[in-house]
Design a protein. Structure first.
Lengths: 295, 288, 500
């Protein structure tokens, strides 16, 4: 039997593997190599890839680059805030839906709706809302909350503007995952809890949360990855003005803001970016998996 | 999971303070917050620039379709929607075809090397696009593939990681006995896969289709890099260029809002009809 | 199926990858191919003349029987698009570039040094491009033929000045304004502000001559709500264009700024400090729709939709000055065509001292009577296409810049000020004519901001402009001399941060 499948392995697996190699693996390895060269996008300094080999110079330069370090920090700050905010909002929605139980289809439809829209389209709408509507609504004469005015023209405020926007967009998705998770919790656990005299908070803390760990793992994985790599919303909202570039945008901008365009350096930034995403992703999966087992 | 709970008398997993009235009130409020930007977009797609800027929250004095129709013609709406749909459908088919076959073979040939392959494929989910986009574009360009077919192939490659991950998780639960029985009945490899395996994994196929279709439909960066300002653009790209070409030094909202509205209508309509599958797809994808 | 076959298949797979990688490193050195369905390809990186260029190229095609591929694009992505076209199999023979792109194309060898052009007429044409307007990497080359001249300054409606000061002949007032010192200018601004508020103000002195205000406001002057029409949301209006004024004290050209040393960047601090003082004056005397516009959130928000709002303030007579370039002419035309004939440029003045100026031969007096004029874009020839395509592209450039028909196309169809304009070139556009006057008088400054790090737009907007908007225009309250210095220091530091 296994011989039969072995015979068919290459013919059936090959289309996928070729695609993977051509689109992901080879360009990734080539990119890794280019990050050690003075590559300019359309040519190499000195004529060929080998003659433009610069060793670790590109890497040394990006760690001296304030812009890159700022983008790195900005990305981490944003991701930390956004992951918590999206997770909390998604969980709140799921708890509400789960609690009311009936007539939830319409709400579910509405909450999931923002996920359908592209970051660029969303960003254009929100840019106007932050610049004009919020500034009017929260400005003097309105609710007078200075923090919520002109949010896209200030590095710190824009961080929160982005968080508001991605929470709005992604909470509905996470809600669906949490709803499925909540449905998996055996109801008698709560009855047992009630008999033991547990109040709402202790039940939430000691029954709901631990039982939701598998969903939390998935939510964390999904939000971490998409927040770290966020680009479209960043482009549409500020396009990097006022020191608001996150890493994805910074890498794109590096070739615009260097003359001649320093693709080698951008490539080195991308490699560092990859390492960062990979480490955070793996650590997160490791920790939450461990918690799941413990719980 | 969802199915199991609904048959018995339904009890909430967790009781919220404040009672059901408060919960409904909160839901309605949150739903309005969620809908606000979209309603805002809708209302402002029928106003002129002056009215948008001066009174963004007001309903239009008269509902003029002039802005919508001029924006739709500027973003070549019909052409762009067809192109985007074509690219999305072709890429999703490619992804489903390649990743289901590949996953099947990986599941049925469980060895150290196939586990390494699976690891490499799933690790690709962590690779930021930026770390390979320049070499990728360069390489495809040199093969004459810096065009729509090339774009479809690229999506095929990028969608593979997540899709194999999903299929692989699901296919492990497909009993080998079913396939053996079919083989004994003399099934060919083709009918074994398409008649036995593929129908069994249909739920996860829905997930793969929905999740991939969503990001491909809305993707901006890849079409921007591959097609750029070519004659045939995707909807997102049309939107981007409509804003850029209208003047880098100004925001022509009377063009942008109706263009955004036009660009999101197809997917929203599709969602309203197929939302059962959207929700199911997302749920299945998360549970595995 | 034994273990051995599996392993050999793995080896085969690895070999296939290696082959793929080898193929990759081999590409990129393809020979120029003869294009299939056109004779040569023009990449026009300027959207202003996109339509007109199409018509001009059509006429040229009819005249010569050639088939030309034309592609026009003028956005911030133009560099990426051009790069992609230059890397494709259908490369443009004629492309547009400027100081931002010249390092790339000279390093790759794609740009033809016109000193070595094969067409003798083009070679001669290039040799005649004034030294200050040439495109080069280090000053020795001559890479392009200028598209046109653009310039900016304080746009004023002379009728407004006439009625403010009850002038018989505005010409002498304009001349005195040009020659005036910064202090005289500052006093004029303050007195105009007082006149707007109270209808009364003291006499002002310009170039030693006194001008008294009209006893009563006219219908026109009573519309004024402020002295300057400002676009607070548009960082390029102050970051790039005003930043360029300070740079002109240190750098004589974009090439100089491109090759700046760290010492030269330090020298920028003093003029920048003076510039911020000027920006303080402008932003505290700004016009709004119904009254003066104060700094603070509304200073930014009034123009988030577009800088057209500031153009509108000026066009409707609410502001005396609009600091803008000749490119706003079509915008004004849409808003209030009546004022078009009486528009003119006045120089932007800075409170510089001679010690602040490092450019040889430039005095404070000359600085304060000059307007910046520069070439935004150049035509360049691509060496990576076939000889025939290069030849045809050169012929087109010669035709456009030397024949009567071509020169007429530049002036009438493109509405461009030719880089080599003489007295005979006259426009319906009063702003263009005003720039030509400054050009012929030699009272011009340059565009070093295009040579500032990261392609011009970066330092001006993301560093200098951002500091101003985020921390100063956005807040109410006075600016202190300490603020002037802080802004200048941070802007200089921001420049050094991106110097490699």
């Amino acid at each position: 039997m296994s011989g039969y499948y072995k015979k068919w392995f290459w013919p059936l697996a090959l289309p996928g593997l070729i695609l993977f190699a051509a689109v992901v693996l080879v360009p990734f390895l080539v990119g890794l190599f280019y990050s050690f060269t003075a590559w300019r996008g359309t040519y190499f300094v000195g004529g060929s890839a080998w003659s433009s080999f610069v060793g670790l110079e590109n890497y040394a330069r990006i760690f001296r680059s304030r812009q890159f370090l700022h983008a790195l920090l900005y990305t981490l700050e944003f991701t930390a805030l956004a992951v918590v905010s999206i997770g909390a909002a998604g969980l709140l929605l799921a708890l509400l839906l789960d609690y009311v139980g009936k007539r939830v289809a319409l709400f579910r439809t509405v909450f999931f709706l923002p996920n359908l829209l592209g970051g660029l389209a969303l960003g254009f709408i929100w840019q106007f809302i932050f610049q004009n509507v919020f500034t009017e609504m929260f400005g003097e004469g309105g609710l007078n909350i200075a923090f919520l005015t002109n949010m896209t023209q200030d590095s710190t405020k824009n961080l929160f503007a982005l968080v508001i926007m991605v929470t709005w967009q992604m909470a509905g998705y996470m809600m669906i995952i949490f709803v499925a998770g909540l449905n998996n919790i055996p109801r008698d656990l709560y009855e047992a809890g009630s008999l033991d005299g547990a109040n709402a908070w202790t039940k939430f803390r000691y029954i709901t949360l631990p039982m939701l760990m598998p969903s939390i793992t998935i939510v964390l994985f999904l939000t971490l990855a998409s927040c770290l790599k966020l680009l479209d919303q960043n482009v549409a909202l500020t396009n990097g003005s006022f020191n608001t570039s996150m890493l994805s945008l910074q890498i794109l901008r590096t070739v615009r803001y260097t003359q001649p365009p320093d693709y080698g350096q951008a490539q080195a930034q991308a490699v560092v970016f990859f390492i960062l995403v990979a480490i955070i992703g793996l650590v997160q999966v490791y920790i939450t998996k461990k918690k799941e087992v413990d719980a | 999971m969802i199915r199991a709970a609904s048959s018995e008398v339904r009890k909430p997993a967790f009781r919220l303070p404040g009672g059901k009235v408060a919960a409904y009130a909160a839901l309605i409020l949150l739903a309005l917050c969620t809908l606000f930007p979209l309603l805002f977009l809708f209302v402002n797609s029928f106003k002129d620039q002056g009215a948008i800027v001066a009174r963004p929250m007001a309903l239009p004095r008269e509902w003029s379709f002039a802005y919508l129709s001029s924006a739709l013609s500027q973003i070549h709406f019909v052409q762009a929607a067809l192109i985007t749909a074509g690219i999305t459908i072709a890429a999703v088919c490619l992804i489903v075809f390649c990743s289901s076959l590949l996953s099947w073979m990986l599941v049925r040939n469980d060895s150290a090397s196939s586990r390494i392959l699976l690891l490499a494929l799933t690790a690709a989910m962590l690779v930021p696009f930026q770390s390979l986009m320049y070499p990728l574009i360069h390489q495809f360009e040199s093969f004459g593939l810096k065009n729509i077919p090339g774009l479809i192939l690229m999506y095929g490659g990028f969608g593979l990681g997540m899709s194999v991950f999903l299929y692989h998780g699901f296919m492990r639960s497909v009993p080998l006995a079913l396939e053996e029985a079919a083989l004994i009945d003399g099934a060919s490899i083709g009918s074994l896969f398409f008649k036995v395996v593929f129908p069994l994994v249909q739920p996860i196929t829905v997930t793969v289709v929905i999740l991939n279709a969503l990001w491909i439909w809305n993707d901006y960066l890849l079409p921007f890099l591959v097609l750029g300002n070519a004659e045939h653009k995707t909807l997102t790209l049309e939107l981007y260029y409509a804003k850029m070409l209208a003047g880098q030094f100004s925001n022509p909202w009377e063009l942008i809002f109706p263009a955004v509205l036009g660009s999101i209508v197809p997917i929203v309509v599709l969602y309203l009809f197929l939302q059962k599958y959207f929700i199911k797809g997302v749920t299945e994808g998360a549970v595995k | 199926m034994g273990m051995r076959t599996t392993r050999s298949r793995w080896t085969a797979g690895a070999a296939a990858f290696a082959l793929g990688a080898a193929l990759l490193s081999g590409c990129g050195s393809r020979e120029a191919k003869v294009p299939a369905n056109y004779d040569f390809y023009i990449f026009n990186g300027k959207s202003e003349n996109a339509q007109a260029m199409e018509e001009v190229v059509d006429r040229y095609e009819a005249e010569t029987g050639l088939t030309i591929k034309l592609f026009s694009l003028g956005t911030t992505d133009v560099a990426e698009t051009l790069r992609s076209e230059m890397n494709s199999s259908g490369k443009p023979a004629l492309f547009s570039t400027n100081i931002g792109g010249v390092m790339e194309w000279s390093e790759s060898g794609a740009i033809l040094d016109l000193n070595e052009a094969s067409n003798p007429e083009l070679k001669a044409l290039a040799a005649d491009v004034p030294e200050a307007l040439r495109l080069s990497a280090d000053g020795s080359q001559n890479y392009g033929i200028p598209y046109n001249i653009e310039g900016y300054g304080l746009i004023v409606d002379t009728r407004m000045a006439e009625q403010l000061f009850d002038l018989k002949n505005p010409q002498s007032f304009l001349e005195d304004f040009k020659a005036a010192t910064y202090d005289e200018f500052e006093n004029l601004v303050n007195q105009v502000e007082a006149y707007i508020a109270t209808g009364q103000a003291e006499e002002v002195e310009l170039n030693g001559n006194s001008y008294g205000f009209a006893a009563a406001k006219t219908e026109l002057t009573s519309r004024l709500t402020g002295v300057f029409a400002e676009a607070g949301a548009e960082k390029w209006t102050y970051g790039d264009h005003m930043g360029n004024m300070a740079m002109n004290a240190v750098f004589g050209s974009a090439v100089d700024a491109r090759n700046a040393s760290e010492e030269q960047v330090d020298e920028l601090e003093a003029p920048l400090e003076k510039l911020v003082r000027t920006l303080d004056l402008y932003s505290s005397r700004a016009a709004g729709m119904d009254g003066p516009l104060k700094r603070g959130p509304s200073y930014i928000n009034s123009t988030t939709a577009s800088y057209d709002v500031s153009v509108q303030l000026f066009s409707s007579g609410k502001a005396l000055f609009l600091k803008q370039g000749n490119w706003v002419y079509p915008n004004i035309e849409k808003l209030n065509a009546d004022i078009l004939p009486t528009l003119t440029f006045l120089p932007i003045k800075l409170p510089l001292e001679q010690g602040d100026i490092k450019v040889e031969g430039l005095t404070v007096e000359k600085f304060n009577r000059s307007v910046p004029e520069f070439v935004p874009s150049y035509y360049a020839i691509n060496t990576k296409v076939t000889k025939r395509e290069q030849e045809l592209a050169q012929q087109f450039l010669v035709w456009l810049n030397t024949t009567e028909e071509g020169r007429r196309a530049v002036v009438e169809d493109f509405q461009f000020i030719p880089y080599n304009a003489d007295e005979s070139v006259k426009f319906d556009n009063a702003l263009n004519n005003s720039l030509i006057e400054y050009q012929l008088a030699g009272d011009t400054l340059s565009n070093p901001f295009n040579g500032s790090p990261a392609g011009g737009a970066y330092w001006g907007q993301e560093v200098f402009g951002s500091i101003l908007q985020e921390r100063y225009y956005n807040r109410e309250g006075e600016w202190m001399p300490d603020d002037y210095r802080t802004i200048a220091e941070q802007a200089v530091q921001g420049w050094k941060d991106v110097m490699y």
